[in-house]
Every structure is written in C-alpha cells, then in structure tokens.
Design a protein around this ligand. Sequence first.
Ligand code: SIN
Length: 522
Amino acid sequence: MQTVETDVLVIGSGLAGLTTALNISPKKNIILTTKIKLRGSNTYYAQGGVAVVLNDVDDLQNHFEDTIKAGAGLCDENATRTLVEDGPQRINEIIKLGVNFDKMTNNKYEFLKEGAHSKRRVMHVADRTGFSIENVLVRQIVNRKNINIKEKMFIKKLLVVNQNCYGAVFINEQSGKEECIIAKKVVLATGGAGNVFDKNTNWKGSTGDGLVAAYEAGAIIRDMEFYQFHPTAIQLRKKKRGIKNFLISESVRGEGAIVVDEKGQRFLYKYDERGELAPRDVVARAIFSQIKAGKEVFLDLTKMNCDLKKKFPVIYKNCLKDGYDIAKKPIPIVPVAHYMMGGIQTDTQGRTNIHNLYACGEVSSTGVHGANRLASNSLLECVVFGYRVAQDINKSASESMVFEKTESSARKLKKISAHKIMEIRENLQKLMYDNVGIERTGQELQSMLVFIKENLDILRNSKATNFFTHMETKNLLVVAYLITSAAIQRQESRGAHFRLDFPQTNKSLDGVHTFLEKSQDQ
Ligand code: SIN
C-alpha cells in the first residue's frame, strides 16, 4: 500500500477543515483530503448565514441565552460561551480575507433575523453565504505551500493503536487503490450525514464517513438522537443531480414570508406564540402534523417587502427552474433532515477521547447545539472550533510518530450487485424519514434496528465493484444505527427528538447526554 507521512492530516474541505488548515503554523506540513472535490461540502450550499454579535444593538449574553434556550437543556455552557465570545474575532478575520457580507445603503452590515433569535444577528451574502465564504478560503488554501490537497480520497478507516491515532487509510477513487497517510495529528472535519434520510437538504457527499470511521476506531459519539429537521424545503418536481428537496432559508421567514394552509390561512400561532419564528423543532413539528393529517402546507413569499430576485437570488432561480415563481404564488413545503447535532464528543479545543484525533464542524459534538441548534450557529461553530483545533495543534510539542504497518484485510467476501446496494440504501432512507424522523415511537425504533442490523450484516460481509456506493451505504447504516439506538435510549421528548410514546420533557434529564461507543457485538 502506498504510504505517505505528514505532520497534520485534515480530512474534509468544508468551512471547519479549511479554517483548521489555514490556522495551523505554516512550518507544519499538512495533507488536506476531500472525498470528492475541494468545493464539495454542506458549507458550499449554506444559504442563511452566520449568527454573530457584531451589531451595535446586540450583545454576547443575548446570543448565549438564545443558544442555551433553543438547546432545550442540553447545551454545554462553557462551549456555548466560547462560541459566542470567540465568534466576532473569527468573523472579522474572514472579512479581512475578503468575505463581503451584505451591507445596507448606509454601508453598515445588514443583520437578518431567524427563528429563536431575539435580535437581528445573521450576517449573510445574499442567500449564498457558505458558497462565498468557501470560495474566499479555497483561494487562500490553494496558495499555501505547506498544504497538499488530495481530492477523491474516501476515508476507509482511522489508524488507532492504544487510543492513539496516527493516520488514516483511504481509497483513492482515481487509482482505485488504498493509500495510507501517517500523521502526528489527525483532524476530522467530514460534516454530517443528512443522506440517511430520503428527504434532506444536504449535498450528495454527506454520508457520515468520518463519523463512522471515528466510531469504529473507538471515539465517543454523543447525542445522535438529535437530528435537526428544517421546516421549509420545497419538494422539487424535477430531481436535480439526484436532489429531491431544496432549502428555503429561514431568513426568508425572518424577512416576512408566512407559512399557510391550503386556504391561505396562517396556523403556526396555534402551536407557538412566536409563529414563523419559533425554534426550528417547533415549526417543523407543526408543519409535519398538518402534512400527517393529509393537508398541504405552503410558504407564501408574495407579500414580502423586498426584491426577492436580489435578496434571495439562489432560491428565486432554483424555484423558477422547477416551475415556481415565488414572487407570484405560495410554494408547497415539507420539513426535511438538515443538520446532525450529535457527533464525535470533543472538548473546547476539538480534542476527542482518542489521543491526537480532533473533530470540528458538523461531525463533532462540541456541546453548543444541545437538543436543537439555533439557526446559523453552525458556520460560526466551524470557524470558532476549527481555529481552536489549529491553536491546540500549534501549541503541542512535536511527538515522534510510532506506527504499525497496515495491511489490507484478506477476508473472503461475497459479491453484491450495485442494484442490491441501491435497494438497501433507498429502503433505509425512506424508513429513516418515516420511523426515525420528526416523530418516533419505541416500536418503530426497534423494528428499524432489526432492518439496520440485517442489512449491515449483508454489507459487512460483501464486496462490490463500486467501492464508493458500497462503503457509503454501509456508513449510512451505521449512522442510522447510532441515531436509532440513541433515540431508543432517550425515553422523553426534547428539542428535535419527539417520542409519541413519551411526549413530555423529563426535567430530571436536563444535562443528561446519550453516549455510544463501539463494542464487540456491533
Ligand atoms: C437557513 O438558511 O435556513 C439555514 C441556516 C442554518 O441551518 O443555520
């Protein structure tokens, strides 16, 4: 197997990975790998923006309190303070690098409002904030002499001995061969796993590969039952590159769009006095209960007091391509999976329970999201904790690398057809949306677990000509296992986790997290 050595291995090229790599000392050699291409990540598609206190009428305590309140008793206060307090400086740094957040006519930054924020706090670049930030950082990355970018590298496993991580094995899609990267420090910034649900807002590569590699290597995984559903995605009539749903940013509601029923009547106030701007879990459940009762739900942007083409150009164009003119008629919406709030447990430096292994961004569980992430806190989390990971790596004494030679396993495996893999994947995605989505019951969760275990067994004991689909589908099954197991354990309803058989929040579980670690039988 081809083997290379480096000081730091950063896996993932979204905002968390790029921030980490850019802030590591230029004296260290870095290999930055990405599953498909450099500009492929959920960051790239992030519309809404970055929640940050850079507005004269806002304050840090307020952002802290809004985050804690939305998190429904499960945010880590120390991590949340770190997020809001480090945030302004990190955002000023990316502004200096060239991110042009939108300004008003008086040349001051424009702050948008989103659900559960008590102030206008969301900085944005129209409705393509992630795209704009990512482009600026990619321009920096490609000019760094100490950073070697390797695209089309699919993580197969982390190399860990005695709780010490010393690199990772990848499959290089171009050569089809395994490659081993040995590193003194390894950073996982591989994003979420929204494709475990058939309706989601994520880019096609979000299949939890880094999360699963960490779990299989012994990392502690926390709070996986909390998967955030975004209340307002349009169900596309024409699938676009396999994508069925398209996000309609919450900032659209912040600017005056309303949610209506088939008769054009608003109904969200029946569920929460904050109406369209209640926390995401509340709005998603309210819309879902209408849909479950056989009704259609629409987002009405027609009475908004702004030029939609200018303010939300990506949303406007994508809806129009699908035959919807958002300026003229309400559009049908559905809540879809959006953001993984659980993940690899880390401290505020991004350190995991495995020595020399870090995690940041959506794959991590830093503790800032609790049971329900406050809108637009995730890009902020990427820059704050990506930076902190880099600082920790810069501070650490250089350790000599001790590693074992790795060989590919020679287990005999049955062949499986691409068709069979796709069938497993599609069934999984549908069952996850129906049984482990917005509403759950113990019975459905248990039967989901049976499906997952049966199919994991099939995929773990087989090989396919298309390694990527096979590996991604296996990873999606492991992610499903983690979400479902955590959801079984939490016998209450809280934030994004709603159990029909335990509809109340159990106050005695405030601050009580769900932990999963790999044992021999899984
Ligand atoms: C949105 O624009 O609604 C998404 C922002 C987020 O998920 O934080």
